[in-house]
Structure formats: C-alpha cells, structure tokens
Design a protein around this ligand. Structure first.
Ligand code: NAP
Ligand code: ZN
Length: 346
C-alpha cells in the first residue's frame, strides 16, 4: 500500500482539509503515478456539494490528473517508470460489453468506475486526484505528449476530452457554425478546439467581460446572453451549439439559435432538468443531445490533436490550501479558465 497525501471534504457544506489516503498495492497491470497537477472541474464542485445525489464522504475529488509513472506492475506493457501520463474521469470499466469494445468505455453497460465517488472492482471507494499518488490499471492511463506542460495537460483530461468528443462527433469543421455557451473551463477549451478544427466559432457568454480572451482563443464573434437582442439577432444561425453551462438555462431559447438540422449538445450538467418546447425542435428538424467525456483512445487522440495544434488551457496554478477559495471563484464565474492544484504543496 502506498500512503498518499490528499485534500478531502467531509460533507456538502464543509471545506477541504488535509488527509492521508492509501492506494492499493499494484496488481499485474497497474501503474503507480506520482500526481504532479490536478485540475478543478465544476463536476468536482457539484459532487463535493452533494448536488448530484448522495456521496460517501470523506471525498477526495479530482479527475484531471497529470503526473509521472513511478512504478509498474509485472504485466504492464504501455508504460515505464518516468513516463508522463494522465488520468481522466474514469479508472476502469468491464471491458467486455459492446460499448467498451467500441472504445466508448465511458458508456460501459455495467457503468464505468469513476475516478472518485465510485467503487472499484475490489469494492473499495475510489478517491481522486487532489492527492499525491494514484494507482490505475494501464488501460485507463494516457500518454501526455512532450510539448504539453504537465500543469496545462491536467485540464485536458476532462475539459479537453469533454468538448473534443462532441465537436468531433458532430463534425465541427470548415463551413460549420459552432456556438459555445459559457466560457469557463470547458467552454474555453471548446472555443480553442472548434477553431483548430476549422469551424467558425461564436461565444455566447453572460456578459462581454471576457470578449477579448474569447477572440484570442479563436472565436469570430462574441455575444452577451444577458442582452435579449442576442437571441433575435442569432435566431436560426448555428449548425452546432455546445452548452457548457453548469446551471439551469432556458434551453429552448438556445435551440432557437440552431439552423435547419442543427444540434445542441449539452455537456453542462446542472442538477435540475432543462425544459424544451418540442415545437422548437420539430420546426427545423433540430436535435437536443448530450455527451459524456470520451473514450480512452479518443482521449489519447485529443491529447495528440492538442499537441499538434499547440492547444493548451489557460490555467491558474494554486496551492492545496486554496481549493475552497478556487471553488468560490468558479461558482462566481470568476475563473480564467481553469484552476490547477500543484500537488507538491500538499
Ligand atoms: P465552469 O468553469 O464553472 O464554467 C461554466 C460557465 O458557465 C461559467 O464560466 C459561465 O460562463 C457559465 N455560467 C455559469 N453559471 C451560469 C448561469 N447561471 N447562467 C448562464 N451561464 C452560466 O464549469 P466547467 O468546469 O466548465 O463545467 C461546466 C459544466 O460541465 C458543469 O456542469 C460540469 O459538471 C459539466 N461537465 C460535464 C462533463 C460531461 O462529461 N458531460 C464533463 C465535465 C464537466 P460565462 O461567464 O461565459 O457566462
Ligand atoms: Zn470534469
């Protein structure tokens, strides 16, 4: 067993505290990773605050993990000690169902094993990346390309893949008009990736405060959703809308911005239902879809794509003592554009 330093939370309205957790002894195909950086995703906040349902506390969140391999099990073939690696939102799946076989491990018919707030195949609760070490079976570990710094790589493991996957599936590319709703952690990655794929990108943010950044990330246009004229002006415009908003929004109003055959994909995961008047779908053969992270090979493809296109998130590196403050700032949409914990401060 490896002892790891960590930051844990004991209840929905509690702050983070120092903790020590144990990681299992290496199984045949396990790798031990010394975590260097862990991103803070809004999903960590939804989970830590118990918004998505009951959670087993104490909880160590964190599913944007970047680090170095320090030990490998006897049957590991993909990695060796010293490799730069990442782990995202899941650490295992059945491997046998049709979805796993297709590389859609996130949609495993038996349920994937989430990196935290789940149970592994040994029946132990999983604990995430706000810690110094983690043990993961090699099939759920990806390689970080040399030209991506480890701190910047961390957010790609969730924010990167969660936006890359639907942009890819719904074919964001030349000739396509893509809108990104909400420019936080996921949203700013969606802008960069969609732009690199060749799409024409528009940001729909609450205000124009971050407009300059949005244009630097590759947006062609930027509108404030607090301005009702935005919805009149852009009606029927977009082929694809990626909604990254963490709160309940008027989904129908955004669907009205889709062109014929357009699709709005929700990656934002507010706890409350969003309501849609079906007439807004029927009238222009529109679709309203959802998408969850991405498969393991797809995650590697996303990292390679980012390396090739020199795409990295804009991050603010913080110490482990600053997690509560960072959560407050994310909740106030005051994040530019991802907080990343330096685990050496644990
Ligand atoms: P984030 O950094 O907090 O970004 C969310 C952005 O949404 C904010 O920056 C803000 O952008 C906008 N926003 C927030 N509250 C709003 C409100 N009340 N009305 C309108 N806009 C609002 O969060 P994130 O880490 O990117 O995560 C976003 C969501 O995706 C969360 O719900 C998270 O759980 C979910 N998620 C889903 C998956 C998946 O697999 N589907 C994976 C990861 C995360 P502006 O300031 O630009 O308006
Ligand atoms: Zn996440």
């Amino acid at each position: 067993m490896v002892k790891a330093k960590a930051r844990a939370v004991d209840g929905p309205d509690k702050g983070f505290r120092e903790a020590e957790i144990t990681r299992r002894d290496l199984d045949q195909q396990d790798v031990l990773i010394e975590i260097k950086f862990a991103g803070i995703c809004h999903s960590d906040i939804h989970t830590a605050h118990g918004e998505w349902g009951e959670v087993n506390y104490p909880l160590v969140p964190g599913h944007e993990i970047a680090g170095i391999v320090t030990e490998v099990g006897p049957n590991v073939t993909k990695f060796k000690v010293g490799d730069r690696v990442g782990v995202g939102c899941m650490v295992d799946s059945c491997g046998e169902c049709e979805n796993c076989q297709k590389g859609d491990e996130q949609y495993c018919n038996k349920g994937n094993v989430p990196t935290y707030a789940g149970f592994d195949k040994y029946g132990e609760p999983t604990q995430g990346g706000y810690s110094t070490h983690i043990v993961v079976t090699e099939g759920f570990v990806v390689s970080i390309p040399d030209n991506i710094e480890l701190d910047a790589a961390a957010p790609l493991l969730c924010a990167g893949i969660t936006t890359f996957s639907p942009l890819n599936r719904w074919q964001a590319g030349p000739g396509k008009k893509v809108a990104v709703v909400g420019m936080g952690g996921l949203g700013h990655m969606a802008v960069k990736i969609a732009h690199a794929m060749g799409a024409e990108v528009t940001v729909l943010s609450q205000t124009l405060n971050k407009q300059e950044d949005g244009m630097k990330f590759g947006a062609k246009d930027y509108y404030a959703t607090k301005d009702p004229e935005t919805f009149e002006k852009l009606a029927g415009t977009f082929d694809l809308i990626i909604n990254t908003v963490s709160a309940k929004i008027d989904a129908g109003a955004y669907i009205g911005l889709l062109a014929l055959d357009g699709t709005m994909v929700n990656v934002g995961a507010p706890p409350e239902p969003l309501s849609v008047h079906v007439m807004s779908l029927i009238g222009r053969r529109r679709s309203f879809a959802g998408s969850m992270i991405g498969g393991i090979q797809e995650t590697q493809d996303m990292l390679d794509f980012c390396a090739e296109h020199n795409i990295a998130p804009n991050i603010e590196v913080i110490s482990a003592d600053e997690i509560d403050h960072a959560y407050d700032r994310v909740l106030n949409s005051d994040v530019k554009y991802r907080f990343v914990i330096d685990t050496s401060t644990m």
